[in-house]
Write a protein that binds this ligand. Structure first.
Ligand code: UD1
Length: 418
């Protein structure tokens, strides 16, 4: 079992580059299955979730090769339509393979991706949408058996909630379907736009990805492509949190500030000074952080991202006053609050609300990463804590951060993995 040991209290200083986005790499890798041909994907991060996706592609019959941050996928010889349980469980978001395998093979079998650390994770919207496109779906003994032997047919789909994963599955299932598909109340996250741009680079006809209504006109074939994954906006927010909580001076490069429009004002309100350029953000943390007035409400994009809630909460535990969060996306996404409290934070959670009263100091103690972003929050808190923090269950953090210890060490933090 690996742990991170962090000796807190050093101001972060220097420059750090953000790696490619996990949340657009995963659907793009699933999309590489569509129509055969080769995908050369640059800026594809070395994360355990991405490795799991590559293992799924290999299992299905693709040839997969990684050279540095470039991954090549040749998908002409796909033979399988089923994802075995162990691979399915390695990565929660493997449900995004459903639409791609169904489109490619006319049938897809996978086990139900049960709950997760964030609470129940239903897939009803994915299933209803694929049924609207003509799939027959049977759910039995924890398995999903989806068939569309005659192919899928475009239609109008209105999502009850702008689910990121369901929007991705509809895109994957519809780009090669017959006729036109319209998605109303689609998710507008930048990762949806990235997936659409990848598909467009292969000849798909998609209009208005990034808006609430997306139009897809089915095409007969997709071509090979070379594509670069967008920067990871949540990793960027985490590095900025580290700079803010330590009163550091950090330049985050390789980032798209437009993707962080609802996050940057929170740092500003907390008293950070920022200089924002087209592909870089410089943040200078204050001597004493200020609390944020008015609740920080997580919302679908362009609202404040639920994935940034935990690292920002960690940051505000040391503010000079009280801040408040309202989590609207996931039911049970405050598990990090209890771990932060062990470090001395004062956080009261009631239902969807968390009230964070700033404390003077956090203290290094043994804590456990409860989930990916919750783990990142503990790293952020540990950077400013008095003494040494030991974080266990680092595997959660490795799902979404490429060597978090290397990134923060390069900024002067004392952090190592044992
Ligand atoms: C994606 C991101 C995740 C992020 C989330 C919200 C990936 C790999 N993961 O997750 O990091 O936190 O978006 O921005 O991209 N829901 C249903 N029924 C469904 C689908 C979703 O009720 O069929 C609910 C979920 O339980 C949740 C909410 O909708 O409460 C949002 O889920 P969704 O947008 O689908 O998130 P994911 O795609 O799972």
């Amino acid at each position: 079992m690996q742990k991170l040991l962090i000796q807190g209290g050093r101001r972060l200083q220097g420059e750090v580059r953000v790696h490619g986005a996990k949340n657009s790499s995963l659907p793009i890798l699933a999309a590489a299955l569509l129509g055969g041909g080769e995908t050369v994907l640059h800026n594809c991060p070395a994360l355990s979730d991405v490795d799991a996706a590559l293992r799924i592609l290999t299992y299905l019959g693709c040839e997969v090769r990684r050279e540095g941050d470039t991954v090549r996928i040749e998908s002409s010889s796909v033979t399988q339509n089923e994802i075995p349980d162990d691979l399915m469980h390695e990565m929660r978001s493997s449900i995004v393979f459903l639409g791609a395998i169904l489109s490619r093979m006319g049938r897809a079998k996978l086990s139900f991706p049960g709950g997760c650390e964030l609470g129940p994770r239903p897939i009803d919207l994915h299933i209803q949408a694929l049924e609207r496109l003509g799939a027959q779906i049977a759910e039995e003994y924890g398995y999903l058996d989806c068939r569309a032997e005659q192919g899928l047919t475009g239609t109008k789909i209105t999502l009850a909630f702008p689910s990121v994963g369901a929007t991705e599955n509809i895109l994957l299932a519809s780009v090669l379907a017959k006729g036109e598909t319209v998605i109303h109340n689609a998710a507008q996250e930048p990762e949806i736009v990235d997936l659409a741009n990848y598909l467009i680079s292969r000849g798909a006809r998609i209009r208005d990805a990034g808006r609430s209504t997306i139009l897809i006109e089915g095409v007969d074939r997709l071509s090979s492509t070379e594509y670069t994954v967008m920067p990871d906006r949540i990793v960027a927010a985490t590095y900025l949190s580290g700079a803010a909580i330590t009163g550091g001076d950090v330049l985050v490069t390789g980032v798209n500030p437009n993707d962080l429009e609802s996050v940057l004002p929170v740092f500003e309100q907390a008293g950070c000074r920022m200089k924002v350029e087209p592909d870089r953000i410089f943040l200078s943390g204050p001597g004493m952080l200020r609390p944020v007035s008015g609740p920080i409400r997580t919302m679908p994009y362009p609202g404040f991202p639920t994935d940034a809630q935990a690292p920002l909460m960690a940051t505000l535990t040391l503010a000079d006053g009280t801040s408040m969060f309202v989590e609207n996306i996931f039911e049970s996404r405050y598990k990090h609050a209890a771990e932060l409290a062990r470090m001395g934070a004062d956080i009261k959670v009631e239902g969807r609300t968390a009230v964070v009263r700033g404390v003077e100091k956090l203290y290094g103690v043994p804590v456990e990463a409860t989930d990916l972003r919750g783990g990142a929050a503990l790293v952020v808190a540990a950077l400013a804590a008095v003494g040494e923090t030991r974080i266990s269950r680092v595997e959660h953090i490795d799902r979404g951060y490429e060597s978090v210890e290397t990134a923060f060490s390069s900024l002067g933090a004392k952090i190592r993995r044992v």
